[in-house]
Design a binder for this molecule. Sequence first.
Ligand SMILES: C[S@@+](CC[C@H](N)C(=O)[O-])C[C@H]1O[C@@H](n2cnc3c(N)ncnc32)[C@H](O)[C@@H]1O
Length: 212
Amino acid sequence: MLDPASSRILKKVYAATSNEELEVAYDEWADDYDAHVTGFGWKSPAVAVGLFGRYVPSREARVLDAGAGTGQIGELLMIMGYGNLMGIDLSAGMLAKAQKTGAYGELRQMLLGEHLDFPDNHFAACLSVGVFTAGHAPAAGFDELVRVVAPGGFIVFSLRDVVYLDDGFKAKFDALAAEGHWERVEKTPAYAALPYEDPEIKHNVFVFRVLT
Ligand SMILES: C[S@@+](CC[C@H](N)C(=O)[O-])C[C@H]1O[C@@H](n2cnc3c(N)ncnc32)[C@H](O)[C@@H]1O
């Protein structure tokens, strides 16, 4: 049976109306996040990391985990042998947990949707799981991701199906493609991302190849 505290904090996260409120909510959740989302049956890290391995074979690839949270993605990548990971997140509390995984060469507090403090073409690939969603990172954040990932590199991310259509993501993805910045190479079927919390929440994982 689900812990009512886990559903309460999840609702708090989705009720946040500013980045400041969201940061406070994630800071509060950091210690229990892994146990709670495991209880929800959180599937997107496994799907995204599995797809990532299909497209990014080099273990030395410089990888950005955008919205690293407690470092679940970093831990999985580390187990798979990837050793050049940078993580960013808006929540210092979540980053402190990620630090403990030992998976990341560096972790920095940074906001997707604003300028990212990295040079052009700095990364070979980017993963972002559970971050571009309602009330979290906006579609505009992809402008910076296509800038900091080098041409030929891959951006792999999860996105809730209704958010893709309703919150400007489809329009942003189409615009970036029309401008020649990226091309879509894969989109999974929609699946229940948190089946034991709410089986109606469906995610897709997308893979885009950066072109310019
Ligand atoms: C659902 S958690 C996912 C964490 C991790 N990627 C995972 O799969 O477990 C969402 C994370 O995105 C971060 N986040 C939300 N909005 C953000 C933004 N605009 N910029 C950077 N991080 C953000 C939150 O602080 C939180 O750590």
